[in-house]
Design a protein. Structure first.
Length: 253
């Protein structure tokens, strides 16, 4: 088989690269089947497909919540398959992770939810006092700092979750179905926020099955089905090299 051309990224090297990645849970069940995909630094990519298509699994290979069983996964040139289990928490601190559920502490106010997460990763009290207002302003929630989660709308709770993901100013943000529990207006608001973060230089990967809202943003979309990348769309596609189905011009003889 020919050698696939590397995706162009910063300095010609992909920031994120999945190469022939498989995730096999057993001989009958596979989460990913031979996925090859690259994302440049500063990219914005939607991973779309129905439930069970592999989009969340793909994100979890980056966080090492899921260990790939074949191929390689690289982040900024680092082979994630060689990360020792004890180093996984440090790896995750270099990412902003927005889970499917908001995961907020119900008995803590908005600012306390952020402060608690900051203290958990070793921020000092002085750093917390400085960073909490700054992050709340970035996610447009400074005016709701003293509210409890049950006093917030779904969109506001999601913004708190995004704010919590920003506590280490990560270069990479992973959002798993961030609009799954929101109405269309709230969904648009959240994706506008993630777009603004991307414009500041953050690489953003979002899993979603909500194609109507995704299509409104005109970004790169990777389509998955049954653990396979079956196609791509979007204006960024032309500069991003091959996916699981390389065309003849992307393969060296």
């Amino acid at each position: 088989m020919g050698r696939m051309r590397a995706t162009r990224g910063e300095g010609g090297v992909p920031y994120i690269e999945w190469a022939d990645v498989e995730v096999a849970y057993n001989e009958f069940v596979q989460g990913l089947r031979g996925v090859t995909l690259c994302v440049p630094r500063g990219g914005f990519v939607f991973l779309c497909g129905p439930t069970g298509s592999g989009k969340s699994t793909l994100l979890r290979t980056l966080t090492r919540e899921v260990q790939h069983t074949k191929g390689s996964v690289r982040l900024a040139g680092r082979d994630l398959g060689k990360v020792r289990p004890g180093d996984v928490p440090l790896l995750r601190r270099q990412m902003g992770i927005v889970p499917q559920d908001f995961g907020l502490l119900p008995h803590k106010k908005v600012w306390e939810n952020l402060a608690y997460a900051m203290r958990a990763v070793g921020k000092t009290r002085r750093e917390v006092r400085t960073l909490v207002p700054d992050i709340l302003e970035r996610v447009n929630l400074l005016h709701r700092a003293d509210a409890f989660p049950n006093q917030l709308s779904g969109g506001e709770q999601q913004r708190v979750a995004i704010g919590r993901a920003l506590i280490n100013n990560p270069p990479l943000l992973l959002a798993d179905e961030p609009t799954g529990n929101l109405d269309p207006d709230q969904s648009h608001e959240i994706l506008e926020l993630l777009t603004a973060l991307n414009l500041r230089g953050t690489t953003v990967l979002i899993s979603s099955h909500d194609m109507p809202i995704v299509e409104r943003f005109g970004r790169r979309v990777v389509h998955l089905e049954q653990g396979l990348v079956v196609g791509e769309s979007g204006p960024e596609r032309a500069d991003l090299g091959p996916t699981s189905a390389p065309t003849p011009e992307t393969v060296d003889a």
